[in-house]
Structures are given as structure tokens and as C-alpha cells.
Write a protein that binds this ligand. Structure first.
Ligand code: HEC
Ligand code: HEC
Length: 258
């Protein structure tokens, strides 16, 4: 009798473990960084966005400066300031490109303008600066990962996918109550866990969930409680647009690390 009870208890714990171990894996799910996302976090922590992403769509006025304002990130201004990753890095390290600093009249202008780009050399590590450059290069479209000309990227722009999935799909934006507390992007292992193949990608985009993951009771429980859910785009997308989105996402995932 006792033996039978022990066996029963053992069998019950095996069943419970089999149910909870896969669930635990999802409960412990955490976001995986990538250079763009790390760069965005460095920018937030160091006040870059205070000046470069003023609330609303306006730019901070900056009397005395060459173009009269502080350039807003993502507004297509970079070409007037920096043409390469090297120049972006010089802005961040020294407050201006070396070429500006070598010119006495430009130095005089910088000294007299109302706001000045601070020099972060010494405050940030080389690794932080590298990530910042990658983030700024992506938002400023100086060096965008993946296929920049891709139709899928235009579709994502029109539909606002990146408002939730981050700059160029770099993910990590907050989502209270969700697995890990963040919205996954299109890169790395977080995406691999959510999207096995093109078919699952189509399900996510068209239906707002994946049939495979919807069979997991823990995930269904979380999905009902998370603040932001993936919208279904079946009615929004023209035929073929989901294929274009997939082609672009693949190009992002295959892009070499900067
Ligand atoms: C006090 C406001 C201020 C802060 C804070 C600030 N910047 Fe700037 N930044 C400027 C101004 C002003 C310019 C334009 C240069 C000029 O007119 O002298 C500029 C220019 C730039 C440029 C070149 C223009 C462009 O859009 O590509 C980059 C890159 C840049 N800043 C990145 C950063 C980063 C990264 C941080 C945080 C580490 C930062 N800035 C923090 C004011 C600021
Ligand atoms: C309102 C915010 C929002 C918008 C807009 C949005 N998504 Fe999502 N998306 C989510 C959330 C939240 C999840 C996470 C799903 C979960 O865990 O339930 C997700 C999941 C996904 C996934 C699977 C998870 C992963 O790692 O990426 C894909 C693929 C995806 N979305 C693609 C898109 C595409 C393509 C668009 C634009 C056509 C888009 N999303 C627009 C919020 C959004």
C-alpha cells in the first residue's frame, strides 16, 4: 500500500514537472540585447534624448547655431551634420566633428551658440560609444542594417510596426504584464523563440498570434493579461505585403553586426 502511494506520488510529480518545466522556461524569458537597443538605452541614460527628441514633433530652438535648432533624431537631419559613422562618433566624443573643430570660425560659432552638443569623451566607455553610434546611425539613416530599399521596410513604416518593435526591429520597448515585460523585436534569440519559420511569421502578422504558441496555456494566460497585444493585420495589408515584410526581416537578421 505504502509502496503504491510512493509510486503514485512519484508519477504525479513527474506529470507536474513535465507541465511546469516548459512553462518555467517562458516565465524566465528575458530580453536579449543587440547593439541598436543597447545604444538606445545608453542614449536614454545619458540625456541624449532630452535634447534630440523633444516631446511633440518640434525641434529645440538653438539661436546662434548653423541651422537654428537642435537636430531631432529620425527627422532626416543627419545629412546636414554627419555623413558617416566616423563623424557621428566625433559628435559624440568631442561635441563636433574634427573638421569643424579645426576651423576657427566654426569654433567661434560653437562657443557663442545658445546650446552646444556636449562632449561625452571620458564619460562613456568605448563600448557604450560604439553602441550609441550604431543606434544613432540607424535612427538617422546614416547606416541602416538590412535592406534599406526593401518594400517590406516601407510596409513596416506605413503600418507603424517599429513604433512597437523598436528602431529597425531592435525590440525591447516596455509592455507591462507581458513575458519579460518587453515587446520582442525581429532580431536574435527572442525572435527565434517566437517565430520558427515564415509560416509562423505570417500567422503573427495576419492573426496577431502563432497557432503553436497559442496551444501553450501559460502563454494564453499571459496574453490575456499583457497591456499591449500584437494587432492582427489581415484586413490592413495588401496581398503580398506580408511576404515583403518577411523578406525584409530576413535581411535584418542576416545583416552583419556593425
Ligand atoms: C544640450 C543638448 C544636447 C545633448 C544633451 C546632446 N546633444 Fe547631440 N547635439 C546637440 C546640438 C546642439 C547638436 C548640433 C550641433 C550644433 O549645432 O552645434 C547636436 C548634434 C548631434 C549629432 C550630429 C547631428 C545628427 O543628428 O546626426 C549627433 C550624432 C549627436 N548630437 C548625438 C548625441 C548623443 C548620442 C547624445 C548623448 C550621448 C547627445 N547628442 C546629447 C545638442 C545636444
Ligand atoms: C501596438 C504594438 C504593435 C504593433 C503596432 C505591431 N506589433 Fe507585432 N507584436 C506586438 C507585441 C506586444 C508582440 C508580442 C506578442 C506576445 O508575446 O503576445 C508582437 C509580436 C510580433 C511578432 C512575433 C514576435 C517577435 O519576436 O517579433 C512578429 C513577427 C510581429 N509582432 C510583427 C509585427 C509586424 C510585421 C507589424 C507591423 C505590420 C507589427 N508586428 C506591429 C506589438 C505590436
Amino acid at each position: 500500500m505504502v509502496r503504491r502511494l510512493i509510486w503514485l506520488a512519484l508519477a504525479a510529480s513527474v506529470v507536474v514537472a513535465a507541465m511546469f518545466v516548459p512553462a518555467l522556461r517562458w516565465l524566465l524569458w528575458s530580453w536579449e540585447a543587440n547593439p541598436i537597443l543597447r545604444g538606445r538605452l545608453v542614449a536614454e541614460r545619458n540625456g541624449c534624448l532630452n535634447c534630440h527628441l523633444m516631446p511633440g514633433s518640434g525641434e529645440l530652438s538653438n539661436p546662434g547655431s548653423r541651422w537654428g535648432t537642435v537636430p531631432r533624431f529620425g527627422a532626416g537631419n543627419a545629412m546636414m551634420y554627419a555623413g558617416s559613422r566616423e563623424e557621428l562618433e566625433e559628435f559624440i566624443r568631442f561635441g563636433a566633428p574634427q573638421e569643424w573643430l579645426a576651423d576657427e570660425s566654426v569654433r567661434a560659432r560653437l562657443a557663442s551658440q545658445h546650446l552646444r552638443m556636449p562632449a561625452y569623451e571620458g564619460r562613456l566607455t568605448d563600448a557604450e560609444i560604439r553602441d550609441l553610434v550604431t543606434y544613432v546611425a540607424a535612427v538617422e539613416k546614416v547606416d541602416v542594417p538590412g535592406n534599406v530599399e526593401s518594400e517590406g521596410r516601407m510596409v513596416a513604416g506605413r503600418q507603424g510596426c517599429l513604433a512597437c518593435h523598436g528602431v529597425e526591429g531592435s525590440g525591447g520597448l516596455p509592455n507591462p504584464g507581458s513575458l519579460g515585460g518587453f515587446i520582442p523585436g525581429f532580431l536574435g534569440g527572442n525572435f527565434d523563440d517566437m517565430v520558427l519559420d515564415e509560416n509562423e511569421f505570417r500567422e503573427w502578422v495576419l492573426d496577431g498570434e502563432s497557432a503553436r504558441l497559442a496551444r501553450n496555456p501559460l502563454l494564453r494566460f499571459v496574453w490575456r493579461r499583457q497591456e499591449i497585444s500584437m494587432p492582427a493585420y489581415r484586413e490592413e495589408l495588401a496581398p503580398g505585403e506580408v511576404d515583403e515584410l518577411w523578406t525584409w526581416v530576413v535581411s535584418l537578421r542576416e545583416a552583419p553586426s556593425p
